[in-house]
Structure formats: structure tokens, C-alpha cells
Design a protein. Sequence first.
Length: 459
Amino acid sequence: MELPFAESYKIKTVESIQRSTREERLQWIKEAKYNLFNLRSNQVFVDLLTDSGTGAMSDKQWSAMMMGDESYAGASSYYKLKEAIADITGFEYFLPTHQGRAAENVLFSALIKEGDIVPGNSHFDTTKGHIEFRKATAVDCTIDEAFHTELDHPFKGNVDLNKLEAVLKKYPRERIPLIMLTITCNSSGGQPVSIANMRAVKQMADQYGVPVFFDSARFAENAYFIKLREEAYRDKSIREIVREMFSNADGMTMSSKKDAIVNMGGFIGFRHQEHFEKATTFNILFEGFINYGGMSGRDMNALAQGLYEGTEFDYLETRINQVAYLGKQIRDYGIPIQYPYGGHAIFVDAKRFLPKLPKEQFVAQTLGVELYIEGGVRGVEIGTLLADRDPVTRENRYPDLELLRLAIPRRVYTNNHMDYVAAALINVFDRRKEITKGFSILKEAPILRHFTVELERVK
């Protein structure tokens, strides 16, 4: 018989997690003001809030941490990380930061000013937040296919070149400091971008004299999808694909808490010394000296090792197959999700799950609360709360996609846990007609409100 698929790792250390009762969860979520971020971790059974910084490090990563060089300047850990980044991405210049949003803060402080326009493919929350904090505007140029969750398209993260060129033609060059391409595209459901699209975006950008930067938190997962779905790359290794991907960029931001499988860390990669030097001042100001940038030496060592592990095919096959394992169970039952399955998460189409719930009552958040009450499973809303208010009108923005994201930490849960999550969601689906009321806002921050918002049930 054919040998079945098995994980590419074995488990060495475990952490206990505790089940809770429905009555306890009802009380806890009420005390949390119906914000899943406000729950304590010990109140959650399977935590799919995020895949950022929640992965399990390997024996080699833990071993590397013990060899960390904590020198303020010139640490060997810095040079080890520098060599790994250059080897894998091709970027010779880099600045370490403590995480991805810090990388955005440094880069955008150097390049973006008030009134600027930043086109891209469905910028994620912190990216858009940093842009709008500087009174600039993020313009979404994602292909229309991304917003049809039932449509089977191999690269729903792609940029629509006509939309992009319309932006480049509309505004003067000095108002477009960069194009930001997110790989994979989280806001559209963890969907990949093809190398053909990256190449076309770069060629167009060069014609208009605009640099291209990649939001690269999940670049390795993107490379895996390219290997499987883009014919010209079937016989290429993951690292060969990664090098070609980044050859179409002038720089990158990286939340290393995703595809580098560390609990904290990030960096900015640069092709051009000019961009590197502009950003250096802000890195020192906000993060720390350029030899550590908010990270300890042991963190840099773990990150360097994680970049190599995260670009191994066997690891990526195990990781992405687990996401698909959960997705297939849910989809086979008839639950609407973004399809094809994403690289790091399953995205439930909350609009189609709860079609009669008014959009003003935060549909994906309502679904997330119901899933938590059902089984102690914590996901996160990628919808109206995350989309925030229009910075000018202060009206709620209602995105085309209203999604509940179930983000799977790397090397943490078994497929038995995925079975549990699927069963809990199926139970909610079976009683979906009983869910007739959502939530209204009690208190919210002026930007990035979804992290701290307080809600109450609609009467």
C-alpha cells in the first residue's frame, strides 16, 4: 500500500492545555467585552488567533540561542543573521527590528509623507495603519477574483495590473513612494502571488520610477505555492524560487514571527544603499543600534536558523497540508471558506455563513465569538472591525470580504486538534439560523481599533 503522509518532525516537549465549560466561556467572553484579544490564554483551548510568534522552535533553534552574542555592536549573531538573509533573499543590506510592524514603522518613516499614495494588494492591518497614521493613502489593486471566495484561482493574491497602472498614471511620481506587495496576501485569505505577476509589477514600477517592496512575512509559503502551481517552477527548489521572487523587489519588510518560526523578531532588506541609509537613522531612533535593532543576540541566532528551516520543502509541505486538512473538513461539510486554502490559515466567509446578520453588527466578529463559546477555539476577525473607519469621514469601512481567520501556529497542534476545530465550527454552522444578533461598539481606538475594541450585544 502507498505510505500515508506524515509530519516532518517529532515532538520533544509538550505544554498542557485545559478544556473549559460552555458556562465558563460565556462568562469569560462577556468579561472580555466580546473582544477575542482580551481573553487570557488559559481561557482558550485551541488558539488560532494568529500564527505570528506562536510557532514551536526546533532543537537547532534553541541550541542556536545558547550561542547568542549579546555585544551591543559588532555581535557575531548580527553577522550570522546578515549572512542568512543575503543567502536566502539576495539582499545585501538589512536592518534588524523587533518585529514586522517595527520594520514598517522604520521604512515608512524614511519613505512616506503626508498625502502620499501607496498601491498594493490588500495591505494588512498594521501596514495600512502605518500608512494612514502618516496621513497617506493605501490603494488596493488586488485582482477581482480574490473577492469571490468560492472561485478556484491559483494566485488570488495577484495585483491587477490595470488597477495599478491607473494609480501610477493618476498621481505624480513624487506622491508614490513605493508599491507594497504582500506575499502571501493575508487580507485576501492567505493567497499567493505568482512570479509572473511579481515580474510584471516590477517592470511597470520601473517604467514609472517607483520602487517595489514586499511584505514578506509568509514568503516561504508563497514560494511553496509557486512550486506547486506555476508550471515553470515545478523543478525548482524553494530557495531557488525565493531568490527569484525577491529579484523582483527593491526591498522587503519581514515579520520573522511567521515564516522564520521565531517568537520575536523582524528585519528590513534593501537592494539599494540609498534606501538603507535613509532608514538607518529611524532604526537607531525607534529600535536600537543597527547591529541589533530591538533583538537580543540569541534572538538573531534563532532567526537565522529559522530562515533556513522555514525554506525547507518538507517542513512547508507538512505545514500547508495541515491547513488544507482543516479546510477540507470544513468545506466538505458545506461551510463557505476562501478557496483555494491559504498558506497559514483557513478563512471562513462570514457573510455567506451568516447571510441575514446586518453588516453593521460585525458579522465575522459575531462568528468568532460563537466559535469560542462553542468550543473554546479562538480565531480573529478579518472584516469590518479590522478595516477600521475612513480617516476622513470616520464612517465604518465595509470590506468586500468579511472573514473569520483560523490561523494555525507552526509545529504546535496535531491533526486531532484540527478535527476538534472542525467539529466546533460545524456545530455553529448547524445552529447558524439561531444567530440573529451581533454586536455594537462601546469603545474604540482611533486607529487599529480591533486590537482593543469593546463591544456589547445588540439588544
